[in-house]
Structures are given as C-alpha cells and as structure tokens.
Design a protein around this ligand. Structure first.
Ligand code: AFP
Length: 334
C-alpha cells in the first residue's frame, strides 16, 4: 500500500471538479461509508451469529425478506437519522420514503438505496452489495418523493459497495469513477483506482439464462449471436452470480454486458424485468457512463428515463459501449 493512503473523505474534500459542494458530498459519503463498514462487519459474523435466513416478512415488492435485508435497511435509517444534509431515504425495502425533518436545512439531499443487493446469496457466502444514489431535493419539497421523480441524469452522485473477499466502494460524482478498498485495520476506505475506464468491449455476458423461454425473440437472438462464434477469441463466456453489484463490478473492470430483460407472460403481457430504476439501474448507469460505458433499457438510455414511481422497474442492458450498442441493434424489447 502507498505510504500516503488517500481516504475517501480526504479525496472528496480535495477535488474540485464537481458542481455539488465537496463538503456536502463528504458529509453524505461519510454516512454511507459508516453503513458499508457496519454491513461488512455484520456479514463476516453472519453465519456463526445466526443472522441468515428469512425474516418471515415481505417487502413492498412482495419479495420475501431476509433477516439481513431488514437489518441493512434499519442500518441506513439509524445512520442517516443523524445524517444532515440528507433528509430522505428511499429504499427497496420500504414502500414510502423515510423523512428526517431535522436534517432538512438549506440545501438537502435524498439517498436512494438497495441496502442489500443480491440477498439470495447471503445464505451461501456469495457476493453481496449495497447500491446508492444521491439526489438533491428541490427547494420547498414536501414529505413525499414527487420532486425526486426526475431522470437519472439529475443524480448528483452514485455508486455501490461490493462485499467480496475485499469490501470495495465505487463512487462517482460526475467526474469519473473512483474505487476505494476498505482497510480493516485502519477502518478507512482507501483510494485504490482513480478515474477507472471500462473497456470498450468485453468477453463476458451476465444474464439469468434460465428465463430464456420468457424472453422477447430479439433478446433470444442477441444471446444466440453472442454465443454462436466458432473461434474462442471472439466468443463470450457467461458469468452470472445473482448479485447485480458483483456482476457489474467484473464488467466495470474487464468489460462485457449485464442484462436483465423484460419478460413475455403467458397472457402476452410484457414485464419491465426485475430491477428497479431509481436505486439499482440509475446509479449503476451513472457509474457505467462515467467510466465510458453505456446503460440502456433496449430503446432509451437509462439516465434519460423519467420514473413515475419510486419503485418502477425497467429492463437493463449495461456495460461496454460495443455490447450495449450491439444489444440495441437486436431490438431486444420489441
Ligand atoms: P435483491 O436486491 O432483491 O436481492 O435482488 C437481486 C437482484 O436484483 C440483482 O442483484 C440480481 O442480478 C438479480 O436480482 C438476480 O435475479 P434472478 O435471481 O432472477 O436472476
């Protein structure tokens, strides 16, 4: 490690390129870093501590909650209770935003999050993540989230934490993508890579191929195209771990594409897939674009979509420019 480890907070306070005041970003990210450290520590002790399995509750999406889903969501709420200048939390696990009036002074922000991404991996020691998006609240906003229903291009910052062999925090505030690794002895996120660039083309694709019988014909043709190359050098390998943050991280560093398409139901109705626009897709799209990659719903760039609901879902094609542009050519969603 370098003799002069650059911590997340110092890095944020000493850069000049963002339009959002660096002090605000540092205050918000200090809270997110505390949450990430708490989750990282909890996960290390989760197996022997009896924190695995289902809680018996379902979330707003009708999905069964794991004990860790609930715990990580509560951790967000506890830590941001004293989280000025963040006055609202929007989470996958809560139907409505939680609002902290005491933090609402002057310029204020909302944090939108998937507290534990890939939670089905929690019972098998697999990869897990936390995805976050930071948006500035409109002056005079109310208790609801209506002012937040704006395109992802309005995010002021976004990123994710990946709990793997190392805990890493990936962050962008619109001036490139930086990756920090948690030094457990120091208890600090230390800058590992600055202004990361995603390769223009990759050699892997990530998709739940078990759903293929419900894909649109265009989506099936796309995967057929990607897997039909005879020469090994230009063919794609399938890599899918069931944690968006984990699959995306590989693509950020090595290139390729992650896909979660819409599905055609037996009655012919078409779904928007599984992933949520505001706290899963928009933040990852901001990271992808800032690293030189792309994110599309098959027709429109993810960052141009205006959500109509905080829990809206959209199909996603995200990763290297070449693969996302190739995917769009197959019109996978029509
Ligand atoms: P959770 O955030 O509810 O755990 O869902 C994980 C996820 O949204 C994403 O991280 C995975 O890539 C995707 O779902 C996996 O879904 P399938 O099990 O349908 O492949």
């Amino acid at each position: 490690m370098s003799d002069q480890p650059l911590t997340l907070t110092r890095h944020l306070l000493t850069r000049e390129e963002t339009t959002t005041p660096p002090e605000d970003l540092a205050l918000v990210m200090e809270r997110i870093a505390v949450i990430a450290k708490r989750i990282s520590r909890k996960l290390i002790h989760a197996t022997l501590g009896g924190h695995l399995g289902y809680s018996g509750d379902t979330n707003v999406q009708g999905e069964q909650q794991k004990k860790l889903d609930d715990w990580t969501n509560q951790t967000f709420l506890e830590v941001f209770r004293h989280g000025y200048p963040v006055c609202s939390i929007v989470s996958e696990e809560m139907e409505k935003p939680t609002h902290y009036e005491r933090n609402c002074r002057g310029r204020s922000y909302a944090v939108l999050c998937d507290p534990l991404d890939g939670s089905s991996n929690s019972d098998n020691n697999g990869l897990l993540g936390t995805i976050f998006s930071i948006r500035e609240r409109a002056r005079g906003h109310g208790f609801d989230a209506s002012d937040l229903l704006a395109p992802g291009s309005r995010q002021v910052a976004a990123g994710y934490v990946l709990y793997g062999p190392a805990t890493q925090l990936v962050f962008t505030a619109g001036a490139g993508v930086d990756i920090f690794t948690l030094d457990r002895e120091l208890g600090e996120f230390i800058l590992w890579r600055e202004k990361v660039k995603m390769p223009r083309r990759g050699t892997t694709y990530a998709v739940n191929q078990g759903n293929a019988s419900r894909w649109h014909p265009g989506m099936r043709k796309l995967v057929e195209h990607m897997t039909s190359r005879k020469d090994k050098a230009s063919s794609y390998a399938l890599r899918y771990c069931g944690c968006f943050a984990g699959d995306f991280h590989r693509i950020l560093l090595e290139g390729g594409i992650y896909i979660y398409p819409g599905e055609v139901l037996p009655d012919g109705k078409v779904t928007n897939g599984k992933l949520r626009l505001m706290y899963e897709l928009a933040p990852m799209a901001m990271v992808a674009e800032q690293a030189g990659g792309r994110a599309s719903n098959g027709n429109v760039d993810i960052l141009d979509l205006t959500p109509t609901d905080i829990h809206e879902r959209q199909p996603i094609y995200i990763g290297s420019t070449e693969e996302v542009t190739l995917a769009e050519r197959f019109k996978p969603e029509s």
